[in-house]
Write a protein that binds this ligand. Structure first.
Ligand code: SF4
Ligand code: SF4
Length: 98
């Protein structure tokens, strides 16, 4: 991970420090082969749920991981920000409710 990527993670952890776990369970689905590790989702998450990690299985060498799923509030900011359609929130649950 380079300096900028480490800073994105540090900022996310700082945000999480001041949060409580969510009362609702949310399902975060990663489509890891599409993730280029840009960090936009980590940067936009208001609860510090997501982090970047080195990933030797990715052609980009880095990808996002769900570090603290219990903090996810289901806001879908990450899904909206992702330019590569690599992260979905409550996708199956939303379909069932429709
Ligand atoms: S849905 Fe919201 S809280 Fe959950 S990981 Fe995405 S941005 Fe973070
Ligand atoms: S915004 Fe999308 S491509 Fe970028 S790190 Fe997050 S999931 Fe991966």
């Amino acid at each position: 991970m380079d300096k900028e990527e480490k800073q994105i993670n540090e900022a996310a952890l700082e945000i999480r420090k001041n949060k409580q776990p969510s009362k609702k369970e949310n399902i975060i689905e990663l489509v890891s082969q599409y993730c280029k590790g840009c960090g936009l989702c980590v940067d936009s998450c208001p609860t510090g749920t997501l982090l970047l990690e080195d990933n030797i299985h990715s052609k980009f060498g880095i990808s996002v991981m769900v570090d603290a799923p219990e903090y996810c509030i289901g806001c879908k900011m990450c899904e909206r920000r992702c330019p590569d359609f690599a992260i979905f929130i409550n996708h199956e649950k939303d379909k069932e409710e429709q």
